[in-house]
Design a binder for this molecule. Structure first.
Ligand SMILES: [Zn+2]
Length: 451
């Protein structure tokens, strides 16, 4: 059996792996590379394998950097089944549609080519199969797989694959500790021969996750005192709903949320929130309890969802203090840019970074302390407070990743650290060798290994 790495090697985006067993080809994740521009050049490169020969695609979760190139697989000839959890199937359609709209806008403005067409999206969706967690499924002759809770976003999974009496596990993205709404990350299965483990935060520890709510409240109080605007560039799946969950608790149970309008200014996030309501069986105990007692825990007084452009524009006139949650999460597009353009130069305002910011994005430059940035071709001085809360990250830190790698009844024989920048991936590999005495390596783009 051969395993090839075609993305997310020594970088965080573009996840794509190929497993070949007895002539069967199975692709695990096929995401977009997301760097300086939304639709990076290398997304257009031909695949290193022939999509026509691929039997099936297995998807860990619905983030664009894991599913963004699947419609391109279709465009290039793939016609097999695409397996994922049921919630991931619902999200995937939203994500592809949203990506298409952004690519079309970019095409109009900058002439950048569009990666796939609307018919490609319709076709890809017709090939998707929604699965339950924890059931073995035949995904190709002689190849079976199981999806287990990754605790990263709603519907996210790590996937264990069995073929030729060997087991390979693909982590997808592994969630943080004690994530609101989501169930905890499942333990690894036993007898894993090869584990691919993400390493986004392989060299970092998050601050206390139980401080999450207090940290948010502190920032809100600061903005209320200073009559500022809090801008939160937020991934439409999960980060946004977790924030709403925490704000709901602060508002309806702790009664500590100051009165201020909170705008959910992301059509994608508004639509994604409906998917959460469809699958209460994925909730953790706390969320299940709230749901059981009839609390619509993603809604609370003061929250306004702005679906249309006209509603979004009206946010400008809302008196401060106010909070705006808008996409894109890394500020490489979306409505957050309009708000950043307006409020980054306001010393009373705050930019709250709650997710990973990939190299080359506007979010990353702000996170690293840029004092002047370009938005819509114009210079904008950064005078607002820029704050990052690691505890709100969707990814587990180094401690969580090591714990998860060791969570099976037996330790994996070999671990490849993927989905991390070079330092993070290398550091995690070192730590895993120290902790378990396993072989741990950081693969190269295009590398093929025999299992
Ligand atoms: Zn992810």
């Amino acid at each position: 059996m051969n395993l090839s790495f075609f993305g997310a090697t020594r970088e965080v985006t573009g996840s794509c792996y190929l497993l070949e067993s007895n002539g069967q080809k199975v692709v695990i994740d096929c995401g977009m590379f997301q760097g300086s521009n939304f639709n990076e050049g290398k997304n257009h490169d031909a695949f290193a394998f022939d999509p026509k020969e691929v039997q099936s695609v297995l998807v860990t979760h619905a983030h664009l950097d894991h599913i963004g190139r699947i419609p391109k697989l279709i465009k290039d000839g793939f016609r097999g089944q695409i397996f994922m959890t049921k919630a991931t199937k619902d999200f995937a359609r939203l994500i592809w549609d949203d990506a298409y709209v952004i690519m079309k806008e970019n095409n109009k403005k900058h002439g950048t080519p569009i990666l796939f067409s609307e018919p490609d999206i319709a076709e890809v969706h017709s090939l998707c199969v929604g699965l339950d967690y924890s059931e073995w499924i035949d995904v190709a002759p002689g190849v079976k797989a199981i999806w287990k809770e990754a605790g990263h976003i709603f519907g996210s999974a790590f996937i264990e694959i069995e073929a030729e009496d060997k087991r390979v596990c693909f982590s997808g993205d592994i969630g943080n500790e004690e994530v609101p709404i989501l169930q905890d990350t499942d333990s690894l299965g036993k007898d894993i021969d090869v584990l691919l483990c993400e390493s986004t935060y392989g060299d970092r520890l998050h601050e206390q996750v139980d401080m999450r709510r207090e940290l948010i409240l502190g920032l809100i109080q600061y903005s209320v005192e200073n009559k500022g605007t809090i801008m939160i560039p937020s991934f439409s799946l999960e980060r946004t709903q977790e924030l709403l969950y925490e704000l709901n608790i602060l508002s309806e149970y702790d009664k500590s949320l100051p009165k201020m309008p909170i705008f959910l200014d992301s059509p994608l996030a508004i639509r994604a929130t409906a998917v959460y309501e469809k699958y209460p069986e994925y909730y953790d105990d706390d969320a299940s309890r709230l749901h059981y007692f009839g609390d619509d825990f993603l809604k609370f007084s003061g929250l306004k969802a702005t679906l249309t452009k006209e509603e979004s524009k009206k946010i400008n006139n809302a008196p401060r203090p106010k909070m705006i949650i808008a996409g894109a999460g890394m500020m490489n597009g979306g409505r957050i840019l309009h708000h950043a353009f307006r409020y980054l130069s306001d010393p009373a305002s705050t930019l709250l970074i709650v997710g990973y910011q990939a190299d080359g994005t506007l979010g990353r430059r702000l996170y690293e302390g840029a004092t002047k940035v370009k938005i819509f071709g114009e210079d904008v001085e950064v005078k607002c407070k820029v704050k990052a809360i690691g505890a709100l990250s969707a990814h587990g830190d180094q401690k969580k990743l090591i714990k998860w790698c060791g969570s099976g009844k037996t330790t994996p024989k070999k671990i490849y650290c993927t989905h991390g920048e070079p330092h993070a991936a290398t550091e995690l590999a070192h730590r895993l060798r120290d902790a378990f005495g396993v072989k741990a390596a950081v693969p190269e783009m295009g590398e093929t290994v025999e299992i």
